[in-house]
Design a protein around this ligand. Structure first.
Ligand code: GDP
Ligand code: MG
Length: 687
């Protein structure tokens, strides 16, 4: 690949709902740019971007992939992000390094859930956006309906630059509004010509609103326009480019990826109107605990951000990074500011899907892969020695679906921890939790498909088989009444025996107050040195599980009497006496099963609120309140038993048409209703 300047680079990510045609469009763009000599098809499993075995099997993208190619003096770094909600982590990573988010929208299905979710993410990051209205060759495709939906959902910044010619099977080309030129296509090749009469009227109308949309974002132009001066196509393009770079104007192009209609025009938009990495303004770093804005400096010191790590079967670990400032060269030494470790950039690579091309250097704004940086993780910053700055982490919605995993064999278990850490580095949208109370390793994922593909990857890429099992809820128990009992331990069958007796009174404490041991022994009924053993026996039993079989909490135990034997009594005797006396007393003190309750914040579209509230009631939730959230959204606050949330990530998605999300954190413990308690206790003791 030829050396380029930052101004010639275009970092573009294809985003949008699954199935809209992103991977197919990537294929068509590569082909139109001459970077490939054939057009792969997702159904045939031979596209450049879906190069992972599982992606080909499922005919869907699951990880972000990169293809770099040249087009008319530009270098395009094209990222293809998955559209399936479970792989939102990949979208978040790609959005962090792209300078233009290109939304691929099916003109048949219109604006879909993931389009909205991703648009909000891009808007929150202030990333320039454009739209490719795809599948106009399909039956029921509608330019007007989709344009209206886009303007209704995303506002007046939507600027249609083209109109389709024909519809359905007759869809044959596009009219470029800025230049009033029609392009008709035959097998991907365009022929320019005058605007056909059947489109002329609509062209007139849409062109006027387009010009108004563009001049509205530029005061000088607006003033002249109001005085009757209509700007030229070039001036409009310039103003449009500025509006795009400020993320205020969102150009819309049309076409068909499979029919290769409009793809060359899109390449033109990316290069002529799309921003370069030096057009999009400063980036943020944390230095000395403070966030500061930094302008990219092409001739400055090198600074790079690792946005993705992949375990590659050819080169081992592959770190994908963006050069935020300066240049990086083969064999440069930088510092990983998370570890302060020295990092030698030995093998620089440019990618085209699975294909790797060696590179000598990368300039500001460029994206590349570097092999074998084993100690470097996703989200790391590579900086010069003595410059410990950190680029903020990629923000990913917290994974909400838990699954307990267990190694299939002992051999798997030996490799599990290392394999899971490599998996998490490759996919930071997962989270691993070791629950010491239930003794389970819990893998948190974004959804069922994400979970399955992660377990698949553990096997396929890291050679470890795991089984999944139901997540155990960390139940606890306490008592609701007071009672007394005597713990006796007596073993006296000749020689040195064991003997200890303690009288215990148990009483409930307020939730969360914990365990209190009261030494009310008088008159040496139990020698001083053995009283801690009574307490120890009780504490052990509380940890191991009380009469219901669960850890005991919030109990006061008073040891008020006892008996001992001068020879046979010892610590062990009184520990055992404490254990049995405690259990017996609790048995008589109305033991209660407690369940963890989570504080849940749920964000749903207003129209789903009723169903979600009804469902919360059905899962024993206590709604604390609702309030208006972002436009068209409601925030619901509730306390919900954790046991009822294990599959909530999946249920909420279907209740809210895929638009709802929630966070949950442990809040307190509450008694389990009688009928449910019996079931839980029976299951636990059957296990
Ligand atoms: N008719 C038609 N089908 C298309 C077009 N673009 C993509 N497809 C089909 O839509 C399906 C999903 O495409 P894909 O590229 O995987 O979508 P992605 O999930 O957004 O990456 C595949 O069957 C494609 O062949 C198009 O312009 N017209
Ligand atoms: Mg795809």
């Amino acid at each position: 690949m030829r050396a380029v300047t930052p101004a010639q680079i275009r970092n573009v990510v294809l985003v949008g709902h699954g199935g809209a045609g992103k991977t197919t469009l990537a294929e068509a763009l590569l082909h139109a740019a001459g970077a490939t000599n054939r057009l792969g098809r997702v159904e045939d499993g031979n596209t450049v971007m879906d190069h992972d075995a599982e992606e080909r099997e499922r005919a869907m993208s699951m990880t972000v992939s990169l293809a770099q190619f040249e087009w008319e003096d530009h270098k395009v770094n094209l990222l293809d992000a998955p559209g399936f909600p479970d792989f939102i982590g990949e979208v978040a990573a790609a959005l962090r390094v792209a300078d233009l988010a290109l939304f691929v929208i099916s003109a048949v299905d219109g604006v879909e859930v993931q389009t909205e979710v991703t648009w909000r993410m891009a808007a929150a990051l202030g990333i320039p956006r454009a739209i490719f209205l795809n599948k106009l060759d399909r039956e029921r495709a509608s330019f007007d309906t989709t344009l209206a939906q886009l303007q209704e959902r995303f506002g007046s910044g939507i600027a249609p630059l083209q109109l389709p010619i024909g519809a359905d099977a007759d869809f044959s080309g596009v009219v470029d509004l800025l230049t009033a030129t029609a392009y008709r296509y035959r097998e991907g090749t365009a022929e320019a010509g005058p605007v056909p009469p059947e489109v002329a009227e609509l062209e007139e109308q849409v062109r006027e609103s387009l010009v108004e949309g563009i001049v509205a974002a530029d005061d000088d132009l607006l003033e002249k326009y109001l005085e009757g001066e209509v700007p030229s196509a070039d001036v409009l393009s310039g103003a449009l480019a500025a509006g795009v770079a400020r993320a205020e104007v969102f150009p819309l192009l049309c076409g068909s990826a499979t029919q290769q209609v409009g793809v060359d025009r899109l390449l033109g938009l990316i290069c002529e109107i799309g921003p370069s990495p030096v057009d999009v303004g400063p980036f943020t770093v944390i230095a000395g605990g403070e966030a500061i804005e930094v302008e990219p400096e092409p001739e400055g010191e090198p600074l790079a951000f690792v946005f993705k790590s992949v375990a590659d079967r050819h080169v081992g670990q592959l770190s994908m990074l963006k050069v935020l400032s300066g240049h990086v060269h083969h064999d440069d030494h930088l510092v990983d500011t998370r570890t302060s470790g020295d990092v030698r950039l030995h093998t620089l690579l440019f990618l085209k899907g699975a294909e790797q091309v060696h590179a000598d250097e990368a300039v500001t704004g460029d994206i590349l892969a570097v092999a074998k940086l084993t100690d470097v993780h996703t989200n790391d910053t590579l900086a010069p020695k003595g410059k410990p700055v950190v680029v903020p982490q990629i923000e990913i919605p917290p994974p909400a679906l838990p699954a307990a995993i267990r190694a299939h064999t002992q051999a798997d278990d030996d490799k599990l921890s290392n394999a899971v850490h490599r998996l998490l580095d490759e996919d930071p949208s997962l989270r691993l939790e070791r629950n010491e109370e239930t003794h389970q390793t819990v893998l948190w994922s974004q959804g069922e498909t994400h979970l399955r593909s992660s377990i698949d990857k553990l096997q396929r890429k890291f050679g470890v088989s795991v089984d999944t099992e139901e997540v155990h809820v960390a139940y606890r128990e306490t008592i609701s009444g007071s009672a007394e009992a005597e713990g006796r331990h007596k073993k006296q069958s000749g020689g040195r025996g064991q003997y200890g007796v303690c009288s215990l009174r148990v009483a409930p404490r307020t939730r969360g107050e914990g365990f209190e041991f009261v030494d009310a022994i008088v008159g040496g009924a139990i020698p001083r040195q053995y009283i801690p053993a009574v307490e120890k026996g009780i504490a052990e039993t509380m940890a191991e599980g009380g009469v219901l079989g669960f850890p005991v909490v919030d109990v006061q135990v008073t040891c008020y009497d006892g008996k001992y034997h001068a020879v046979d009594s010892d610590e062990m005797s009184f520990k055992i006496a404490g254990r049995s006396g405690f259990k017996e007393a609790c048995q008589k003190a109305s033991p209660v099963l407690l369940e963890p309750i989570s504080r849940v914040e749920i964000i749903v579209p207003t129209e789903s609120q009723g169903d979600v509230l009804g469902d919360l009631n059905a899962r024993r939730g206590r709604v604390q309140g609702t309030e208006a959230g972002n436009e068209g959204e409601q925030l619901i606050l509730a306390y919900v038993p954790t046991a009822e949330l294990l599959r909530y990530a999946i249920d909420l998605r279907s209740l809210s048409g895929g638009r709802g999300h929630f966070t949950a954190e442990h809040d307190h413990y509450d008694p389990v209703p009688g009928h449910l308690a019996e079931k839980v206790i029976a299951e636990a003791n059957a296990g």
